[in-house]
Design a protein around this ligand. Structure first.
Ligand code: NAP
Length: 220
């Protein structure tokens, strides 16, 4: 049993993560902006309201936790850059240091690195990636910040497109990089269930293989 603080617990992936963590016997503190939105009830679930952009606000909720997990997501905008990933991660890392929590597992995406989509299918390269570029850019900045964060045992989990389905029993394909390559080196074509992303993230609580690394995942 571990004690886990979850950011983005009200989101589509976050909800799967909270439910699976509780099913596995963990104690979960869901750190949310709107407690009324989290309708799950469980004796090992505590829901707290905090500001994800403020280390002062997060710190007390991180004290005594074994790990912080983030499924945060921020919308794209035509008019301004996305900054939520870096701003929340700066506050999270500061609060983790102050609360002496050392393990961080966070979600980003395939293709955060600007050139990593060059072998992706036409529709992804010329339609999807330009549409979500401002999100990918800020995720990449968050990843670069973590690369410089040597005192925290962080893992960045990079999924491809997400489907709103619960966890399967499928195995995972993993790759230290910005997508999972097939035998020819180009990305395997895939989308992954949000429940499986949550399952992979939780499996990292007992796995040191991807500490201080970004791992692209998909199911096979
Ligand atoms: N869609 C895809 O195909 C795809 C592929 C790869 C990676 N991703 C990334 O995976 C991550 C998770 O995706 P998802 O679809 O599960 O996310 P989601 O359903 O959009 O959930 C986002 C979460 O972030 C929280 N959040 C956003 N702004 C916040 C703020 N200012 N303060 C507090 N909480 C805030 C939301 O809280 P509220 O519930 O209060 O709004 C929600 O819990 C995202 O970063 C997404 O970009 C997506």
């Amino acid at each position: 049993m571990m004690k886990i603080a979850v950011l983005g617990a009200t989101g589509q992936t976050g909800l799967y993560l909270v439910q699976q963590a509780l099913d596995q016997g963990h104690c979960v503190t869901a750190v949310v902006r709107n407690p009324a939105k989290l309708t799950v009830q469980h004796e090992n679930l505590k829901v707290v309201e905090a500001n994800i952009f403020s280390a002062d606000s997060l710190k007390s909720h991180f004290e005594g936790q074994d790990a912080v997990m983030s499924c945060l997501g921020f919308p794209t905008s035509f008019f301004s850059a996305v900054t939520g990933y870096t701003r929340s991660m700066h506050a999270t890392v500061k609060a983790m240091r102050e609360a002496k929590v050392n393990r961080l597992i966070t979600m980003s995406s395939w293709y955060t690195e600007p050139n990593s989509g060059s072998q992706s299918p036409y529709m992804i390269r010329f339609l999807l990636l330009p549409m979500i570029r401002s999100i990918l850019t800020n995720m990449f900045q968050m990843e670069q910040f973590l690369q410089k964060t040597s005192d925290i045992d962080w893992t960045v989990v990079r999924p491809p497109g997400l489907r709103n389905q619960s966890a399967s029993a499928l195995g995972f394909l993993t790759h230290e990089g910005y997508f999972v390559p097939g035998s020819g080196g180009a990305p395997v074509s895939s989308a992954v269930a949000r429940g499986d992303v949550a399952r992979f993230m939780l499996s990292q609580l007992n796995n040191n293989a991807w500490i201080k690394k970004g791992v692209a995942i998909t199911t096979n």
